[in-house]
Design a protein around this ligand. Sequence first.
Ligand code: DON
Length: 305
Amino acid sequence: MEAMQQWVESLERRARSRLGIGRVADYIPALAEQDANRFGIAICTNQGKIYHAGEAQVPFSIQSIAKVLLLTLALRVQGDALWTRVGRNPSGMPFNSLTQLEAEGGKPRNPFINAGAIAVTDRLVGAFATPSKHLRDVARRLSGNPAIHIDDAVQASEWRHRARNAAMAYLMKAFCHLDNEVDEVLTAYFACCALSMSCVDLARAFNFLAAEGHALSLGERFIAPDLARRINSLLFTCGMYDAAGDFAYRAGLPAKSGVGGGIVAIVPGRFSVCAWSPALDERGNSVAAQYALELLADDLGRWSG
Ligand code: DON
């Protein structure tokens, strides 16, 4: 067996020791039904080789990981004009906090907290007829999996329990920081968060961030190298919300988590990785997936040292 495959399997074995810690997200009832003991991990190298272990081919709700694709598309469409609507600094606050948004005039701190992603979605609602279908098609092309779909039950559940996200959207609207109707923007945002993808799909889809913007599955550059570097910087500083500093200390990798339990991380120049396990810590990041990525970073440090 190849050394890389053995390594991924050893990461799975060791990370499974954290199963049983944390809680599955239940503020979106459709997510509360997930089995907390699932675990998967997949690596996609910049040569396009996939190594995976555990339940790496099981689709799960990507949730906030979609915010990375939303941002990438908005930057492709709008360029730096996007930064008039959303900032680029860590929030130090929970992903669904409202207090900072009001104190800072309706401009969210960064594109990865909920308010920021809703502001980014607003830009895409202006640019595409059906932004969530566009984003789904991009996810299909980047991952090479035409079966990727939006989970209607998750989307409906998010819509029913939208009060907090709706509060953020209305606050931004009141500050004239949202151009489109709140309901339209929220519908598109929830549909994107409700995309179902597996660890293998996500590792493949985000490989362009490890490969200076080149997407193997497209056979061409998806974004410019400097844009890939900038998105990785934002992932490093803001991708794990108020735990971004802790995670940077533990793993030192650009990463994005979602309340479905997935975390995508990037080892620039080498590979992309996605780990998944549904039980979350109090900041909304998967316990076992974070641990797997910490072990991965430790091992990488040892090998290159
Ligand atoms: O809007 C929400 O609350 C969810 N659709 C996404 C939140 C999320 O994934 C935060 N991640 N840790």
